[in-house]
Design a protein around this ligand. Structure first.
Ligand code: HSE
Length: 317
């Protein structure tokens, strides 16, 4: 086989969305990953290059080149096993933000690689089949199967995962005016570590509160009821357990709400924090307020403001 190649991007994603631990997520316009996938004559999967992975310089070890440990290549190896094809595939991974961000960086790799190879091979798999490969890729980064980054990254839009056995994905049409501000303090939190903070048993009152808020959030999104979204964006499971990982989390959240946010919480396992608003301009104001507070504690902070991305991965070359 020749050196046919394709270049794709994959979006950043916010998972959990307050009360939706492991069952809700949405995509942003912000690109988290660019990837070149190339067919090679020599069989096997290889990573040729990883760039933009600042974790290499700032936080010790970079992303793994070992194909059994990188989310992109693990997803690809499951795809090739299913295809029963012994072909050669080479990857160039260009990270657009540091890993361990809480913005679905590992999921983006796990999505981009099978999405790109599927295009190169003239789409032998459906999106739901690609998602199963991506989920297995994501598992190596977080230590368990969760679809709340992978599914919105692959499908775009706002996603509810009704169940995992089998994976049951529901796309929710978000209100047109809904915007999301992201504050990304520049340090790393490993999802696998942050998951250890979540208890496995919760009192019935917490389960009732979480279910009520999750249901309220979905109803608020479907009805474009911003007040209901605001009332529902409460998380009694992950946020109280993980807030300690993000310096000044509650002060940052307070600043976002004072600046007019209609709901703010940790994005995935953090350290990124998301805040909903009803316009781009309001989103910018909220971002400034959040950054001001975070900058007193963490040196470098990046702010993004985006509507909900409904597209998912894109072919750019
Ligand atoms: N639902 C996952 C968690 C998302 O919170 O652990 C990780 O990005």
């Amino acid at each position: 086989m020749g050196d046919k190649s394709i270049k794709v991007t994959a979006p950043a994603t916010v998972s959990n969305v307050g009360p939706g631990f492991d069952i809700m997520g949405f995509a942003l316009d912000t690109v988290v990953e660019e990837m070149v996938v190339r067919l090679k004559g020599k069989p096997g999967i290889r990573i040729k290059k990883i760039t933009g992975d600042k974790s290499e310089r700032s936080f010790g070890k970079g992303l793994p080149f070992n194909v059994k440990k990188n989310t992109a290549t693990v997803a690809l190896s499951h795809m090739l096993a299913k295809l029963e094809m012994n072909i050669g595939v080479e990857l160039e991974i260009r990270k657009k933000m540091i890993s361990g961000s809480g913005l679905g960086s590992s999921a983006a790799s796990a999505v981009a690689a099978p999405f790109a190879l599927n295009e190169l091979l003239d789409r032998p798999f459906s999106k739901s089949e690609l998602m199963e490969f991506a989920l297995l890729g994501e598992e190596v980064a977080s230590g368990c199967i969760h679809a709340d980054n992978v599914a919105p990254c692959l499908y775009g839009g706002f996603i509810l995962i009704r169940g995992y056995n089998p994976t049951d994905i529901i796309q929710i049409e978000p209100p047109k005016k809904l915007h999301c501000t992201i504050l990304h303090p520049q340090f790393e939190i490993k999802t696998s570590e942050a998951r250890k903070l979540i208890k496995h048993n919760y009192p019935l009152k917490d389960i009732i509160a979480q279910s009520g808020n999750a249901a309220g959030l979905i109803a608020g999104l479907l009805k474009s009821d911003y007040n209901l979204i605001k009332r529902s964006l409460n998380d009694v499971i992950a946020e109280p357990a993980r807030a300690q990982l993000i310096p000044g989390f509650y002060e940052i959240k307070e600043a976002a709400m004072k600046a007019g946010s209609i709901g703010c919480s940790i994005s995935g396992s953090g350290p990124a924090i998301f805040a909903f608003s009803t316009s781009y301009e309001k989103g910018i104001e909220i971002g400034k307020a959040m950054k001001k507070v975070s900058s007193e504690r963490v040196k470098k902070n990046i702010v993004y403001v985006s509507p909900i991305n409904t597209v998912g991965p894109k072919i750019i070359g």
